[in-house]
Every structure is written in structure tokens, then in C-alpha cells.
Design a protein around this ligand. Structure first.
Ligand code: PLP
Length: 393
């Protein structure tokens, strides 16, 4: 069969691929520990489930406006005011099927063939593929480990051409857990303003931060930066609602309107019950999110210690999200493997621990492991990796 050109070079998400393989092994009866998950292991909080159920029983099960129900858009506007002192109108918000779909729709309305988007590397797996699907060109700028995986201003400036349309800022970052400071964002933002390029600020992990450092949205820094930033966010990670598929984009009215027009012909609207659930998530002052964060912090501190003690493994301590992104290349070589992919496959086969190779994130010397699982499991997984390394040394 001859498929369309646009999907010929599409690579499937490496995180979903490893998770699927781990699940298949588990179903076949193996004691697999999956460290590939990109989702919290907590259930969606009870008050959100109740609100969803109530909305359905009240008959709120019909189509909604393509940009989402007004209550939710208003709740998002209020959240932006409370969290970031930012003023938006509801017509500057579109609710989408997860943050992933907000990004997809945004690239579709923003990019013409050949337009460049700067993608700081390591990157979240879907950015480059989505840019390519919109006929754009991802331009990778490698943030070095010695710079805590942060892109330096001179690197950003050097990557800008007359075709650059936008840059992605993902802070806290998946996969590295890195966070920019306000000052760093201001400097990067100045460069974007100077060259008149959009900033796509993916803030999906903003609620999962484990240091004193506060999350700052680049849009808070100045009115000019607010005008050129499109914020992407959602409830998937903050409220343990990955399966509900509710995300959103906030920013320039014309961009949001174009995204809404596109959504009206593709999805019609995000699932109605999920929108009411997300509304409850934002309208309540429940501390369910805080509780989850406390558990994640404990796991991070422990897992970081264990991972850093493995021979041939070095790791920068993340500040947010729920991933560790250690450099394992020395351990890979010491144990006689050629690539991190081969190493990860052998660990899954021999020790039944699922890690995600860093190549899918543009970092072939690293692996990503998620600590969105219980501490016991984490400890056991890292013991198994240690056993694997010792056996092959
Ligand atoms: N952005 C980043 C950096 C992510 O890690 C993810 C999910 O893994 C998303 C966006 C997509 O989130 P959602 O599940 O809301 O589509």
C-alpha cells in the first residue's frame, strides 16, 4: 500500500513502544518493572471523579463549543491569573484533547512548508514529529549536560535563521527535569523578541517541582513576551488525568481562533465529561496534587541516590517532572554493548526492567526512567540494573 508522504518518515513514540513491550511481557506472566511510564501512578482524585459523574447524570453529554465549555475556559483564565498574575480572555483559550493535541494543532496553524522551529535537545519525543507533520523543520539545539541541560543564549541566537518561526521552551523538562530560572527565561525571551519569533511554552509539569525554585512562565516576564508566547498546559500530569485527554493552549486570539477552526473540523470538541472533570480539577482547592508531589519528591531523592551509585552511570539531579535522565554510556561500554538501545533491550530481556533509550529524546548516551511508581518497585528495579551491570562487567 502506498501511504501518504507525510507519514513515511513518522517514527512511533519510543516511550509508548517500550511501555507496550513491557506490558506484553507482563501479560505473558513475567515480573516486569516498567520505568517507562509517562504518567503518575495515582488515581484521578475522588472529587474529580464525582464531578464527572454528576455532570453525566445531569445530562451534560452533548457536543460542546469546539474551543471547550465556557466554564472550563474561564477556570483556565482564572488559574492563569492566580498562578501567574496573567490576564487573558476566554477567547484566548482553546481546550484540546490533551496537551499533545494542543501542540499538534498549534503547529498545523503556525507553520508553512520549510518554517523552522527550534527544539532544545533533549526534547520530548513528539515535538519533532509534530513539526514535520506540519511541513515544518525541527532545528535541534543541544543543551549540554555540563550546562544542566539548559540551552545557552548564544546557542539559541546561533540557531535562528530567517526561516525561524518559533522556539519550544519546556520547563520543567521531559526528559531531563531541568528548569530555567526567571533570569534565564528573560534572556532567552529577549533574543526571541529581537528576532520576532514565537515562543511555545510547554508548562505541563509546572506543578511537579521539588526544589525551592518557583515555576515561572516566560509569558509573565513582560507584556511583549506574553504577546509572543503560546502557553501549552493541561491536567494530565498535575491531576493524574492522563486518560481524560484534556489540555489547552493560551495566547494570541488569531492563533487560538485558527486552532479552534481546525478543531471544529477534526475533533469537534474534547470529550464533554472530561471537560467537566477538568473544570472540577481547577475549581477545587483540594490538596491531592500536593500529596502526590510529596511522594514524588521522596522517590526522586531516593532513586537519584541509587542511580548515581551505579558503576558507569552519572546523573544530573532533576528539579521537576518525574523522570531521571542518567548518562549511561560508560556502563554500556563496560558491559560490552554497542549502543544504549542494545543495553536497554538486554536489561528488559534479562532483568525484566523497562527503561526508555535516550535516542528518542535526541540524547543517545542517556536513558529515561520514570519514578512514577512505588519506592519498593524502584528499589528493586535499580537492584536488578546493578545486578545486570555486575554480571556483564
Ligand atoms: N508535553 C510534554 C513535555 C509531555 O511530557 C507530555 C506527555 O508526556 C505532553 C506534552 C502531553 O500531555 P498530554 O497527556 O496532556 O497530551
Amino acid at each position: 500500500m502506498q501511504l501518504a508522504n507525510r507519514v513515511q518518515t513518522l517514527t512511533p513514540s519510543s516511550t509508548l513502544a517500550i511501555t507496550a513491550k513491557a506490558k506484553a511481557l507482563k501479560q505473558a506472566g513475567h515480573d516486569v518493572i516498567g520505568l517507562g511510564a509517562g504518567e503518575p501512578d495515582y488515581n484521578t482524585p475522588e472529587y474529580i471523579l464525582n464531578a464527572a459523574s454528576e455532570s453525566m447524570h445531569a445530562g451534560l453529554t452533548k457536543y460542546t463549543p469546539a474551543a471547550g465549555i465556557m466554564e472550563l475556559r474561564q477556570a483556565i483564565v482564572d488559574k492563569m491569573k492566580n498562578d501567574h498574575q496573567l490576564d487573558y480572555q476566554t477567547n484566548q483559550v482553546i481546550v484540546t484533547l490533551g496537551a499533545k493535541h494542543a501542540l499538534y494543532t498549534l503547529f498545523q496553524v503556525l507553520l508553512n512548508e520549510g518554517d523552522e522551529v527550534i527544539v532544545p535537545t533533549p526534547y520530548w519525543v513528539s515535538y519533532p514529529e509534530q513539526i514535520k507533520l506540519a511541513e515544518g523543520k525541527p532545528v535541534f539545539v543541544t543543551a549540554q549536560e555540563e550546562n544542566q541541560f539548559k540551552v545557552l543564549p548564544e546557542q539559541l541566537e546561533a540557531a535562528i535563521t530567517d526561516k525561524t518561526k518559533a522556539v519550544i521552551i519546556n520547563s520543567p523538562s521531559n526528559p531531563t527535569g531541568m528548569m530555567y530560572t526567571k533570569e534565564e527565561l528573560a534572556t532567552l525571551g529577549e533574543i526571541c523578541l529581537k528576532h520576532n519569533i514565537y515562543i511555545i511554552s510547554d508548562e505541563i509539569y509546572e506543578k511537579l517541582i521539588y526544589t525551592e525554585q518557583q515555576h515561572v512562565s516566560i509569558a509573565e516576564i513582560s507584556d511583549k513576551l506574553k504577546s509572543s508566547t503560546i502557553i501549552i498546559n493541561g491536567v494530565s500530569k498535575s491531576h493524574s488525568m492522563t486518560g481524560w485527554r484534556i489540555g489547552y493552549a493560551i495566547g494570541n486570539v488569531d492563533i487560538i481562533q485558527a486552532m479552534t477552526n481546525l478543531a471544529s473540523h477534526s475533533t469537534s470538541n474534547p470529550t464533554t465529561v472530561a471537560q467537566y472533570a477538568a473544570c472540577a480539577a481547577y475549581q477545587s482547592d483540594s490538596n491531592a496534587v500536593e500529596e502526590m508531589k510529596v511522594a514524588f519528591k521522596e522517590r526522586l531523592d531516593q532513586a537519584f541516590e541509587w542511580i548515581s551509585a551505579l558503576p558507569g552511570v552519572s546523573c544530573i539531579k532533576p528539579k521537576g517532572a518525574f523522570y531521571l535522565f542518567p548518562n549511561v554510556i560508560e556502563a554500556v561500554k563496560r558491559t560490552g554493548f554497542e549502543t544504549v538501545e542494545d543495553w536497554v533491550t538486554a536489561i528488559l530481556d534479562e532483568e525484566k526492567v523497562a527503561l526508555v533509550p535516550g535516542s528518542g529524546f535526541g540524547a543517545p548516551n542517556n536513558v529515561r526512567l520514570s519514578y512514577a511508581i512505588g519506592l519498593d518497585q524502584l528499589e528493586e528495579a535499580i537492584k536488578r540494573i546493578q545486578r545486570f551491570i555486575e554480571r556483564h562487567q
